[in-house]
Design a protein around this ligand. Structure first.
Ligand SMILES: [Zn+2]
Length: 148
C-alpha cells in the first residue's frame, strides 16, 4: 500500500475545493449521484503560518470517495479559528492537504498547543485533487437572431 509522504497513513479520498458560492454540489460532479453531508477533519496548510486540523462538514460522495468543500465556508471557518489565534494570517493562501483521523482529533491532537509531529501520524493525504468547473444555469447573452 502506498504511504503518503506527509502523514503516516495511506492516502485516502479525493478532494474538490468548490469556489462557486451558487453551486452547492447536491450531486457529485463526477458520477452525478446524490451527495450527502459528512463531517471530516481537514488538515490544512496555511501560508506563512503552518498547519492546522479543522473539523468541517463537507459534501461527500461515497461512490467516488470524493470530499467537496465550499471555499466560502472554509474561508469563514478559518477566519473564525484565526481571529483569536493569529488574526494576521487571515486571508493567507491555504491548501487542504488531507484528512485527520477523527478519533485522534477529538482527543485533541493537532489543535493549538499539540505537537504537530504527533498529529501528523494521523493524517492521510488526499489521493488526488479535482478542479470543479461550473457554469451557472440562467440567461446568457447569445447572438441576437430575433431580427429586430
Ligand atoms: Zn461521485
Amino acid at each position: 500500500m502506498a504511504r503518503s509522504s506527509l502523514g503516516k497513513l495511506p492516502k485516502r479520498y479525493s478532494f474538490i475545493l468548490n469556489p462557486y458560492t451558487d453551486a452547492r454540489l447536491s450531486r457529485c460532479p463526477k458520477c452525478n449521484k446524490l451527495t450527502y453531508l459528512r463531517k471530516f477533519v481537514l488538515f490544512i496548510h496555511i501560508e506563512q503560518w503552518g498547519s492546522l486540523a479543522l473539523g468541517k462538514t463537507c459534501r461527500y460522495c461515497s461512490h467516488c470517495e470524493l470530499i467537496m468543500a465550499h471555499k466560502d465556508e472554509l474561508d469563514a471557518e478559518l477566519a473564525r479559528s484565526f481571529s483569536q489565534l493569529a488574526p494576521e494570517v487571515i486571508g493567507n493562501d491555504y491548501m487542504v492537504m488531507g484528512t485527520v483521523e477523527k478519533k485522534a482529533w477529538e482527543a485533541g491532537l493537532g489543535r493549538s498547543g499539540q505537537p504537530l509531529t504527533e498529529a501528523l501520524k494521523h493524517v492521510a493525504q488526499f489521493k488526488r485533487y479535482y478542479d470543479f468547473h461550473y457554469k451557472p444555469a440562467g440567461w446568457y447573452p447569445a447572438d441576437d437572431k430575433s431580427g429586430k
